[in-house]
Design a protein around this ligand. Sequence first.
Ligand code: 5GP
Ligand code: ZN
Length: 112
Amino acid sequence: MEDCIFCKIVKGEIPSNIIYSDEKIMAFRDVDPQAPTHILFIPRDHVASSAAVRDNSLWSDLVGCAVKTAHELGLDPKGYRMVINTGSEGGQSVPHLHLHLLAGRNLGWPPG
Ligand code: 5GP
Ligand code: ZN
C-alpha cells in the first residue's frame, strides 16, 4: 500500500533496524521503544489490522515468529509480552497489522 509506513519499511524505502525477515514476515525494532526490548512483527503483505486477517495461517506465522525470536533472544526465563492493538479504541496508530514484543522490565497490568 502506497502511503503505509510499514509497507515502506518492507520495501526498504524507510530505514529500520531489522531483526528478522522471511518471505512472509518481517521484524524490526520499534522507533520509540516502550521497553528495553521492543520489536514489531509484521506481515510483508499489507493487512490493515487483526480484524482484516482472512487467512488464519498468518497467526501462526506471526505469533510463531515472535515466540521463536523471544526464545532466541533469551527472553523466556524472565518473560515478555506480545500485544496487538486493533482499531482506535485498541490503540492502533499504524494501520498495518503488527505484533509488539516487549521485554526487559516489569510490564504493568492492566495496560493503558
Ligand atoms: P500501534 O500504536 O499502532 O500499536 O504501534 C505502532 C508502533 O509503530 C509504535 O510503537 C511506533 O513507535 C512504531 N512506529 C511508528 N512509525 C515507525 C517507524 O517509522 N519505524 C519504526 N521502527 N517504528 C515505527
Ligand atoms: Zn502496509
